[in-house]
Design a protein around this ligand. Structure first.
Ligand code: DC
Length: 207
């Protein structure tokens, strides 16, 4: 626990495990947690309903982020499209920066937190895993939520999103300089959480 602002920037590709790690680290230190992918998912969902995406981003409130429909594969695809629009990214930037600098510490997980949103974050972590390992996990989660999708479809979706996330010109997915790299292809989630927690603990004492 801390009373000052302290930002943990957690980036990585879809289904790498960063959400699980982020929530566990936030709970351990008593920090607030924001899954920034949900911001893009909420804007994507509004766009599908016919709303202008920039207006949707400008008027977004934290309450809409609880909607379980935002976690579907369709919402993920719409998110990845609006995430490539620079004006949408700009409209969401201040919301994320204000969240990051709140008193008491914050963990933000996303694609560009350590590189663009919070380059001065006190702790930076980059979580990755092979596309196959990520597709296996995402497929299991979606089936548990009642979605009827094959592993092959999920893998194709992950590969398409990786391509869009890493090749877009505005804020592409990149490992931030100085970030702890966690490859969870073989590593258990418990070991990944422990490594992330150790890094944050060390940074809390150093800053
Ligand atoms: O992590 P996720 O699957 O919920 O993210 C949904 C989409 O939003 C994904 O294709 C990438 C994009 N995104 C982004 O561009 N920047 C972020 N900080 C978070 C997500």
């Amino acid at each position: 626990m801390t009373t000052r602002p302290f930002t943990v920037a957690l980036d990585g590709p879809a289904a790498s495990g960063k959400g699980t790690i982020g929530r566990a680290v936030a709970a351990h230190f008593g920090f607030a947690y924001l899954d920034t992918g949900l911001l893009y998912r909420a804007v994507g969902a509004r766009m599908r309903e016919g709303m202008d995406p920039v207006r949707a981003a400008e008027t977004l409130t934290a309450q809409v982020l609880d909607d379980p429909a935002l976690r579907t594969a369709e919402a993920g695809q719409a998110a990845s499209k609006v995430a490539a629009m620079p004006s949408v990214r700009t409209a969401l930037r201040d919301f994320q920066r204000a969240f990051a600098r709140r008193a008491g510490g914050a963990v933000l997980d996303g694609r560009d937190i350590g590189t663009v949103i919070c380059p001065q974050a006190e702790a930076k972590i980059f979580v990755t895993a092979s596309a196959e390992a990520r597709a296996t996990r995402r497929h299991k989660d979606l089936v548990e939520q009642g979605e009827d999708l094959s592993y092959r479809d999920v893998l194709a979706d992950i590969e398409a999103r990786d391509e869009r996330d890493t090749s877009r010109s505005d804020s592409p997915l990149r490992e931030a300089e100085g970030a702890l790299r966690l490859d969870t292809t073989e590593m258990s989630i418990e070991d990944a959480v422990a490594a992330a927690t150790r890094t944050v603990e060390a940074r809390l004492h150093q800053t």
